[in-house]
Design a protein around this ligand. Structure first.
Ligand code: ZN
Length: 453
């Protein structure tokens, strides 16, 4: 690995506070950090071993940040393809309850490969299925991220509200509240790194209002805050969830979660499709973040989140692919375009600009994960997480604006992806592992899982 990487002659979309863009400029990386950004050629001194990259015909952006995923679902794609969320979950719980360390490791490697190959350098993973005899599936996920070289926010999920107690998941798929809290504390102890350059952070993440108890939500919030880690869950995803909360708690999901200490600047929530004005105001006032998952929401037909309204109110919003069982693509770059198109389909052509869409996928995600000081923009001092996209090929060369090429065009070829100062993708090839081996393992583990269930 060279001590220094210098990219020159690239268009640069920094996504800094002023949305600074450079027509042709340089980025200099030393070790794990960006040390210089500017127009024209770079000036470097000293005798560090240097890799020079000619960025002609390319646009350099921050590495994309994925704020919501369920890696394990990589093995169960394409199932219950026409079901609503609750029926889709009920159809998949029996299969998911048979996962183990080997299957989760293979699934995580598949999910992460798809993310890296689509320009993503930081990803969250929300894992909430822990079969009793499945081994340490959480550690398997962390190991896969470390092998492939992606920055991971591993959310230790949980379900404790089985069917017999009025929840949606079958009883055999849930854990006890004491077991969950002990295992979550252990996951933080084993894997959470609070350092600014951390490659692994842990969050506390009960699954959803219809699969966990109020006690677990309350205790989880207390646990996360005592360990200074973040909180994550699903919220306001479907009309059926809203109906469930009204029936069981006499209030809508946001009010329910609010009452349990679940709004705050240390919380991010996936989906937030069925939000009214009061919900949005409450999210903005508390700094609660949102993982916007446009393709998953469309795949399950749940609706389109009120993204422009949330942004206008000042809610921190990032993008998420969501689990691959409800977004078989698993690629993050297409979510930029999906976010833009869906916002405009709802609210007209001024609902979201190309720049805003790119910001969602970069600084927006960094804010939602509590890392706005470390990643999400191309600025000296930030960690060296960036993507170099080819925009002079046949699909993009006639689009004059490189950010529009990214946000409106097809996802461009990825000439280089750098995470934490390390080149992990080059010319659309994953350098950290053999993708054919990843595909083979995923196919084998998927067959094993589906055969068993
Ligand atoms: Zn999800």
């Amino acid at each position: 690995m060279p001590d220094r990487i210098v990219v020159e002659n690239a268009a640069i979309a920094t996504v800094d506070a002023h949305d600074t863009e450079i027509d042709s400029g340089h980025v200099v990386v030393e070790g794990r950090r960006i040390v210089a950004v500017g127009p024209g050629p770079a000036t470097v001194t000293g005798d560090a071993s240097t890799r020079w990259v000619d960025g002609t015909g390319h646009v350099l952006t921050p590495g994309l940040v994925n704020t919501h995923h369920h890696f394990y679902q990589w093995l169960t794609r394409g199932l219950a393809p026409d079901a609503i969320l609750f029926d889709w979950l009920v159809a998949l719980y029996p299969t998911w309850s048979r996962i183990d360390e080997d299957s989760v490791h293979a699934a995580a490697r598949g999910s992460i490969a798809a993310l890296l190959l689509s320009g993503c350098t930081t990803t969250a993973d929300h894992h909430y299925v822990f079969p009793r005899d499945g081994g340490d599936v959480f550690a398997a996920t962390v190991r896969a991220a470390s092998e492939l070289g992606v920055r991971l926010h591993a959310a230790r999920g949980s379900m404790d509200l089985g069917e017999s107690a009025g929840g949606l998941p079958p009883d055999y798929a849930v854990e006890s509240i004491d077991g969950i809290l002990a295992a979550t504390a252990q996951a933080i102890e084993d894997h959470h790194d609070p350092a600014p350059e951390a490659m692994t952070r842990v969050a506390v993440a009960p699954c959803s209002p219809f699969s966990v108890t109020s006690d677990l939500l309350r205790e989880s919030a207390a646990l996360a805050r005592s360990h200074r880690v973040r909180l994550h869950t699903h919220g306001s995803e479907t009309a059926e969830e809203e109906q469930y909360c009204l029936e069981h708690f006499g209030m809508r999901p946001t009010d329910y979660l609010d009452g349990l200490g679940w709004l705050g600047a240390d919380v991010w929530m996936a989906h937030c499709v069925h939000m009214n004005d009061a919900d949005i105001e409450r999210f903005a006032a508390t700094g609660t973040g949102v993982a916007h998952c446009p393709s998953s929401n469309a795949r399950l037909g749940v609706g389109i989140a009120p993204l422009p309204e949330m942004l206008t109110a000042g809610v921190p919003v990032g993008l998420g692919v969501d689990g691959a069982a409800s977004n078989e693509s698993g690629r993050l770059a297409p979510e930029v375009r999906a976010a833009l198109l869906f916002a405009r389909a709802r609210r007209g052509p001024s609902a979201l600009t190309s720049r805003q869409a790119l910001r969602l996928a970069t600084m927006g995600g960094a804010s939602v994960l509590g890392r706005a000081e470390e990643i999400g923009s191309i600025e000296p001092g930030k960690l060296a997480d960036f993507a170099v996209w080819r925009v002079d090929g046949v699909e993009h060369s006639s689009i004059g604006d490189p950010v529009a090429a990214l946000a409106l065009g097809a996802p461009p070829a990825l000439s280089m992806l750098v995470c934490n100062g390390r080149v992990v993708v080059e010319d659309d090839v994953l350098l950290t592992s053999d993708v054919e081996a990843i595909a083979r393992a995923a196919r084998e583990q998927s067959r094993r899982l589906l055969d068993a269930s």
